[in-house]
Design a binder for this molecule. Structure first.
Ligand code: TRP
Length: 346
């Protein structure tokens, strides 16, 4: 049985944090063993919300890529794709936009949230964000799309578009299945959702000292004033982190028992957490430092994956054009060839 094909990706909004690591990257790394993987650097999607920062995009791409590789995304087994330099992504999105109603897109929850949050006139690009995402997936005829829960409505739309296309023009695109990761969601150090722009995340590239400082400032149990007060463990981010990063499960159990009884202070639990977290991240950070010092090598990885992807993208788009009754680029080269016969170009 051939391996199923995966396509998934991130918007290059900057360096990755430990929430990305345990939420997605570790999952992607494992999936490389069982699937044919395409990992997309979705830089066009970044423009839907911040188009006015051209100077930082490339730096963000390299930083994200260094983190991906450090987290063991392996370009010799998987294909890393830069969305913006394969025009077929935008072209297929245009075709798909003909099959999608405006009102359907206006009902997408991420869109509704964004316009509420940004409090500005949404662009056409923001409205069609999930159409571009459907093109990302279907251009490679991916069958499986590992994503977080917030992305499920986008995958649902991709399935609808595939269905609509197939009904109109004959079976062509697979209906992609979402694959939810079961990793626990990591809270930020202030107990809100971890988000680079909230300043509450621990970055893969942070130094051990920065990590320790962030851990020591971490939100714990607001009800607990003194170390001798009984504390809460459930939903306490310090223990959420211990559960994930501390390999010594006995120690975690003992910390919890003592914490519940008011027999251990936050400082001790946090100090130990900083240690285990830094130990967990150390090998990854070493690799990351190595990669980020070689931007040329990073670009090579990016471009060699993108060249491979381009062949598939071209073929899918040509076929989609044909099915929709459009001429494709081959017709153009045939025409040039025909014209050259009578010697027009001489
Ligand atoms: N929208 C995704 C996110 O914000 C990124 C993305 C773009 C994506 N294209 C994709 C994810 C295709 C999966 C498949 O996380």
């Amino acid at each position: 049985m051939p391996k199923k094909r995966i396509l998934t990706g991130h918007r290059p909004t900057g360096p990755r944090h430990i929430g990305h690591l345990v939420g997605t990257l570790e999952n992607w790394t494992r999936l490389q063993n069982t699937h044919e993987c395409f990992f997309l650097v979705a830089d066009l999607h970044v423009l839907t919300t911040s188009h006015a920062q051209p100077e930082i995009i490339q730096d963000n791409i390299l930083n994200m890529l260094a983190d991906w590789l450090a987290a063991s995304i392996d370009p010799s087994r998987s294909t890393i794709v830069l969305q913006s330099i394969i025009p077929e992504h935008a072209q297929l999105a245009l075709l798909f936009s003909m099959l999608t109603s405006v009102s359907r897109l206006e009902r997408v929850p991420t869109y509704k949230e964004q316009i509420k949050e940004l409090n500005l006139q949404p662009s056409l690009g923001l409205l069609t964000y999930p159409v571009l995402q459907a093109a990302d997936i279907l251009l490679y005829k991916a069958q499986v799309v590992p994503v977080g829960e917030d992305q499920l409505p986008h995958i649902e739309l991709s399935r609808e578009i595939a269905r609509r296309f197939n009904q109109a023009y004959g079976e062509f695109f697979p209906e992609p299945d979402a694959l939810l990761s079961h990793a626990a969601r990591l809270p930020g150090v202030d107990n809100r959702t971890m988000h680079t722009s909230y300043g509450n995340s621990i970055l893969l590239k942070d130094t051990p000292e920065e990590t320790k400082r962030k851990v020591m400032s971490m939100y714990t149990d607001p009800m607990r004033v003194h170390a001798t007060d009984p504390g809460h463990v459930d939903g306490n981010p310090v223990f959420v982190y211990h559960d994930i990063f501390n390999p010594d499960k006995e120690e975690v159990k003992e910390f919890k028992t003592r914490y519940l009884k008011g027999k251990i202070g936050d400082v001790e639990v946090k100090r130990r957490l900083a240690e285990v977290l830094n130990a967990y991240l150390a090998p990854l950070r070493e690799r990351r430092a190595e990669y980020i010092s070689q931007p040329k090598m990073l670009l090579e990885v990016l471009f060699s994956g993108t060249v491979k992807a381009k062949f598939i993208a071209q073929q899918t788009l040509e076929e989609a054009y044909q099915k929709m009754g459009l001429m494709h680029s081959q017709s153009l080269s045939e025409k040039v060839l025909l014209n050259s016969i009578p010697g027009i170009f001489c």
